[in-house]
Design a protein around this ligand. Structure first.
Ligand code: ZN
Length: 172
């Protein structure tokens, strides 16, 4: 059985809250939330989702980079559930690249992100995992992490001219 949620849209209060840390990563409640996030993400062309996007203000994200019509050059990876994620930068270098968001349909923008980060998170088995991310996957992580802080990618845009209607973006 699948459990698909609506995606919270920009303007919804839940997208502007600081999400709560998960204290019981192996509980049935958390497993159910994760399943809903997975099922919901799989109905979209998104490459990641954060719990606030299904209106649950908890620190859970899924990173699922894969080539889609939305992101044709995205690297393929096993979808990864990250509970209470954290990161530090490994270099000050940031790069601008295009992002979109399921909570902000019809818009794309150039967003500066750190290109190399060290992350840690608790996995679904309750084990602490550390990893080094770079490039597009590091970008997805920072985008989803922002959702846990009540931020959206448009907050990071440096120049309003870096914001495009998706129809114009697709013409490029
Ligand atoms: Zn988003």
């Amino acid at each position: 059985m699948t459990n698909i949620s609506e995606i919270a849209q920009l303007g919804a209060k839940v997208l502007r809250l600081q999400a709560q840390a998960v204290t019981d990563s192996r509980s049935a409640e958390i497993q159910r939330i994760i399943e809903t996030m997975q099922d919901t993400l799989s109905t979209t062309q998104g490459v990641g989702i954060a719990a606030p996007q299904i209106s649950i203000s908890k620190r859970i994200i899924i990173i699922a980079s894969r080539p889609t019509p939305r992101y044709p050059s995205a690297p393929l990876m096993e979808p990864t559930v990250m509970i209470n994620p954290a990161f530090q930068t490994l270099s000050d270098t940031r790069e601008k690249d295009w992002e979109g968001c399921l909570s902000i349909p019809g818009i794309r923008a150039l967003v500066p992100r750190y290109i190399e980060i060290l992350i840690n998170y608790t996995n679904q088995q309750g084990i602490l995992v550390e990893a080094r991310l770079e490039g597009f996957v590091a970008r997805i992580f920072q985008h989803e992490f922002d959702h846990l802080e009540g931020k959206v990618y448009l907050d990071r845009v440096e120049d309003n001219r870096d914001i495009f209607a998706e129809s114009e973006y697709l013409k490029m």
